[in-house]
Design a protein around this ligand. Structure first.
Ligand code: NCD
Length: 323
């Protein structure tokens, strides 16, 4: 109880800065917008825990268009829409759609917007979400565009940091693994740059954070350092954000084999970490975090995943806010 007024406000809220807007990049978010989305996501959590679902988006339709594999992002968007009373056109297997007949992204998007109110798009090419947004009249939500961005993941990552540690300002965040191809770390780096603090980028030489992102973070006033050894940073980190080496982005499979097992987080390694550090991972993991770590209370990746649904509920409600 006591939550109803916010829902009532939201139902009437088309003036929230998100209504009918695309969500393509984390560059669209400042601290005020982040606070708005996080506040709504908390309301969503409360609502789901209390009653399971609401009819806020009753009659609204989401098209979930995935040109790349996905478990969490696609199913959490579907669950988010359904828990708000809307429904979903799931195109998770583009090989069974007209894409296989050679249909372009633009034509597929223009088709789906005839039926849906919002399109969630995952695509292997960086920049594809913007291309879709340029041709669509309905809002496009970027669910990962190649090595580019993954804004909704970065929002749920930041939301998780806030919940796990009670703050975001001035933290030391170590990002570990494939910083070159990993879109989640690209988006998260940009968002963290609103909050000051320290970024420690840990990767093999061939998978370093792109220079442009490093420069951007430093220009925003972040202290950013690069490392090859997790042991160098583990004692100082407040957040250990671990990523998978992105096999599908490698042209040279021999190189992938060389770097794929570069880091493995184990309970022994975590003995050297702060007692309140949080371990995160966008998932899927393919060996970078040993299963023994799961029972450590600092392992936040399953809570992180759950937070994704609340963040996506908040975004869908804001973008589709009923007039
Ligand atoms: C990430 C992605 O697709 O970029 N997964 C996700 O959305 N949770 C990370 C990854 O695939 O490694």
């Amino acid at each position: 109880m006591g939550r109803a007024p916010l829902f009532a406000q939201l139902v009437a809220n088309t003036d929230n800065g998100f209504y009918r807007q695309d969500i393509i990049s984390v560059r669209q978010f400042d601290r005020e917008k982040l606070a708005y989305v996080f506040g709504l996501a908390e309301e969503m959590r409360h609502m789901v825990q209390q009653v399971g679902s609401a009819d806020l988006l009753h009659g609204r339709v989401l098209a979930n268009l995935f040109y790349e594999p996905s478990t969490r992002t696609s199913s959490s968007f579907m669950a988010a829409m359904q828990r708000l009373g809307g429904c979903v056109i799931p195109i998770n297997e583009v090989r069974y759609s007209s894409v296989t007949k050679g249909e372009s992204l633009v034509d597929t998007v223009r088709t789906l917007e005839c039926y849906a109110d919002v399109i969630v798009l995952r695509h292997p090419e960086a920049g594809s979400a913007q291309i879709a947004a340029d041709c669509a009249t309905k809002p496009i939500i970027n669910a990962g565009d190649g090595t580019g961005e993954h804004p909704t993941q970065a929002l749920l990552d930041l939301f998780t940091i806030q919940r796990e540690l009670g703050r975001i300002e001035g933290l030391t965040v170590a990002m570990v693994g494939d910083l070159k191809y990993g879109r989640t770390v690209h988006s998260l780096t940009r968002l963290l740059s609103h909050f000051g603090g320290r970024l420690q980028f840990v990767s093999p030489e061939v998978l370093r954070m792109p220079a442009e992102l490093l420069r951007e973070a430093r220009e925003q006033g972040m202290e950013a350092t690069e490392h090859q050894d997790v042991a160098e940073v583990i004692g100082e980190a407040d957040v250990l954000y671990v990523t998978r080496v992105q096999r599908e982005r490698f042209e040279d499979q021999a190189l992938y084999d060389k770097v794929k097992d570069c880091y493995v987080i184990t309970p022994e390694l975590l003995e050297r970490a702060k007692p309140r550090m949080t371990v995160m991972h966008p998932l899927p993991r393919v060996g970078e975090i040993s299963y023994d770590v799961d029972k450590d209370p600092r392992a936040a990746y399953f809570r992180q995943m759950e937070n994704g649904m609340y963040i996506r509920m908040a975004l869908l409600a804001a973008v589709l806010g009923r007039a």
